[in-house]
Design a protein around this ligand. Sequence first.
Ligand code: BQF
Length: 304
Amino acid sequence: MTAKLINGKEIAQQIREEIRAEVARLQREKSLTPGLVTIIVGEDPASQSYVRGKQKAANDLGFYSVQENLPTNISEKELLALVDKYNKDKKIHGILVQLPLPKHLNEDKVIFAVSPDKDVDAFHPVNVGRLVTGNPLFLPCTPAAIQQLLLRSGVKIEGAEVVVVGRSNIVGKPIANILLQKAAGANATVTICHTRTKDISRHTKRAEILIVAAGKPKTITADMVKPGAVVIDVGINEIGKTTEGKRILVGDVDFAPVSEVAGAITPVPGGVGPMTITMLMLNTLRAAKKVKSLKGKVKNCSKS
Ligand code: BQF
């Protein structure tokens, strides 16, 4: 079998057109422009490239966008003061602090400082709690991206055997939580595997939907995949640079051999990544509209 490619770039573009139309309507009818601030501390090239992508997406959609570039040696107090300034700024609806932060800054403190109403990453404990208890304000961007890719590719999530490899707060734990909710676009049976799982293969081989966020190339090989499974590769691993200095990226899945076994698969690049940025834009739009609940707002399966 050769797997169907789930084209994240294309689906992301489709949703961006929907967002663009809604931004135009908001401007026309309410004179309201969604506003996003991205805050980056230091010079990490990967982080700078991610923030550039987020700024470009915001600008392309007609958002009001602000970029704060802070020096590595900024104090925690100064960073928290800046976050608070944007908490109070009426033109700004979404605040994104790019992670990871330099070691002298406490990430938890900074995440806690962002107003939950402007927390478009959905990392604040209030938003984590709201997700777990089934009343989310925002969904975290990468997990939201995964769910939308599945829905828009016509994958049936309800009742499916889902196996998640990885237990991070950013991907593994929240995607498991989203897909097990009693809600539209969820109702799956979810297993989470991690570095201390005894026999990962025993679990992955049962998966109808396999979500891999392990942070290591070739974590999943062809022998670990059930024939016909849907494989979502969340990994972003830099394995070198082109002669022009561009990062060469691979996922966590051994792509070519797994494609021979799986029913559908996301590529890296061009899979989950572009959708993640689009979900950040959707969260910013929702923050601007002050949508209080996502209940019944999950767009349903339209086969593409
Ligand atoms: C693509 C991220 C690890 C640590 C911190 C498009 C992105 C990536 C890939 C992107 C990521 C990964 C982001 C592609 C944001 C996803 O074409 O495949 C976009 O910008 N991402 C981040 O902000 O912080 C990270 C991964």
